[in-house]
Design a protein around this ligand. Sequence first.
Ligand code: AMP
Ligand code: ZN
Ligand code: FE
Ligand code: FE
Length: 285
Amino acid sequence: MSRIDLHLHTTHSDGSLSPTEVIQLAHKANVTALAITDHDIVTAIPEAMAAGIDLGIEIVPGVEISSSMGSSELHILGYCINWQDSELNRRLASLRESRHTRNPQIIERLRSLGLDVTYEEVRTLAGTESVGRPHIARLLMDKRYVTSAKDAFDRYLAEGRPAYVARELPQPADAIAWIRAAGGVAVLAHPTWAKVAGEGLITLLTTLKDEGLGGIEVHYSTHTKKQTTEYLDLAKRLNVLVTGGSDFHGITKPDIEVGTGRGDLKVPEKLLDPLKKAAFLVGRS
Ligand code: AMP
Ligand code: ZN
Ligand code: FE
Ligand code: FE
């Protein structure tokens, strides 16, 4: 049964597989189109496009930008972006720089807790400029301080845990504007992270829509049927697009597979055309 997957990470950010490896897995899972949505970086896209041509999979150029609003971290996906846009790349470079400001502070905390880790080791392991907490989690796994990435987040890295350090994040309105300025469609990723439901979520989404949000990630690996239905209804009510994806990361989220998530994800192929049409209209506005 063919499907699409519009949310995937590679080694260019905190995923553990290369763009080519991700696309090979997508091919095995009967994925006909996919979006690479690395955090704050677009360098995976040329390799992904070449592998996509080889295997007959359509590649949607994407990105995922973390933003914050109140106490919530909102991730904004950008689709059909002109990934070579110089202004977008300047913004992304500055977001990656803010990671290099925060990460050494996390390492300092881990060291003060008695763990023998350095930021140099994290950077070597990451091998990319977009270094995230999952890379730190992997170093802790390699050094046997933790048994899994989840264990690393639960014990040290998650908000409220002893090595957590907040990063300076843009407002969602900024992330949305940068994506649109690069000709892309901005979509709210995994809406459960908004920490609000019901009327609160409607208010939030209405604000984001006014700021240029074009869609909601309705289909997602960890969504319950109830959540999927709720977000689908909200997308209809607010007249925004529906998207979906696995948020595949490889080893740091070992229960999530390309295309199928935890086994029951199925993102309909029919969602792709409206997304491309919306991007066409952004490009002309
Ligand atoms: P950062 O971008 O450095 O703030 O790291 C956040 C990223 O870590 C998220 O985008 C997820 O990909 C990942 N993440 C968050 N919580 C967990 C968790 N409990 N287990 C594994 N990965 C996680
Ligand atoms: Zn990630
Ligand atoms: Fe995310
Ligand atoms: Fe993601």
